[in-house]
Design a protein around this ligand. Structure first.
Ligand code: GLN
Length: 288
């Protein structure tokens, strides 16, 4: 081939800058994904043996990206908490913000030998698998309603040998799983009708079912808290990822449902991203 790697990379960046603020990153990700080319290869302008066919494959992927398909779907997997998760159409892409929820849950579980953990609306399985693998001994169950997402969920949980139990079912039906839990967590759909009308084209390619939390975005916090608070063990924790600016409303929902020690945690961008509440330890009667 005649084109040098620097030329190829430069050309890719120019194409991609029409659809992204980080063309450098995306160009490198595509080159790494398709050809295993690293940043060092580009810097040293190594001349890889790229056939016409290979370059054609690259062109196809670039066209998909230019039509605003998310980079993560094109690559087919994305990193979360140091592990790769398969993703594609029909499943929410793991976000770095969500690692804050994983951290809060793992912190809470510290020192507990065989805690029972339930995740609702599990999507790709990035949270459930991370918690199971980072806290060996935890008995993790995850519920997901969408059959498309469930296929990714089971694939990821199995590929990572996480031992997570995956249930295809509706988180609004407490009959999907038996028993009480030390921790129940969820990153439910939380975008409002207004948020949905302002989505980037890439996010529009993700499942509405994983994004839309009804008119005010708070539907699932209200429903899930009311439904599942009775399935927390005394001292058990409910933990949510929330959208920007939802902390006061969700804190109120947690308190109204009898949960104490409501705590908030910020993400790397300084936005309050996680809210937790604890069921009183001395509570023997169920809250209605
Ligand atoms: N974090 C996602 C977004 O900003 C929303 C995910 C969700 O609704 N749980 O688009």
């Amino acid at each position: 081939m005649v084109i040098s790697l620097k030329e190829l990379y430069g050309g890719l960046k120019v194409s991609l800058q029409n659809v992204t603020d980080s063309p450098d990153f995306e160009a490198k990700e595509l080159l790494r994904h398709l050809f295993g080319i690293t940043t060092a290869d580009i810097l040293m302008d190594r001349r890889p043996d790229l056939s016409e066919e290979k370059l054609g494959e690259l062109e196809t992927l670039v066209q998909r990206r230019l039509s605003r398909e998310p980079l993560q779907y094109i690559i087919g997997s994305w990193e979360f908490y140091g592990r790769e998760f398969a993703v594609g159409e029909g499943v929410l892409i793991p976000r770095p913000d969500t690692e804050v929820l994983a951290e809060q849950v793992l912190d809470y579980l510290k020192g507990k030998e065989n805690p029972r953990v339930l995740e609702l609306c599990g999507g790709s399985g990035c949270l459930a698998a991370t918690i199971a693998l980072e806290h060996p001994g935890a008995e993790v169950t995850v519920v997901e309603k969408s059959p498309e997402a469930f296929a990714y969920l089971t694939k990821n949980c199995e590929a990572l040998k996480s031992g997570v139990r995956c249930i295809l079912g509706d988180a609004l039906d407490t009959g999907v799983v038996l028993g009480d839990f030390d921790c129940i967590l969820s990153n439910p759909p939380y975008l409002s009708a207004k948020d949905m009308s302002e989505l980037e084209p890439e996010v529009r390619k993700e499942p509405v079912m994983a994004l839309y939390g009804e008119e005010d975005g708070l539907f699932f916090y209200r429903e899930l808290t009311a439904l599942w608070k009775n399935r927390l063990l005394p001292g058990g924790m409910l933990a949510y990822e929330i959208g920007m600016g939802q902390h006061d409303d969700v804190a109120e929902i947690l308190r109204t449902n009898g949960l104490n020690n409501v705590c908030q945690t910020r993400d790397c961008g300084g936005i309050i991203r996680v809210l937790t509440g604890v069921k009183p330890a001395d509570e023997t009667l169920k809250i209605d």
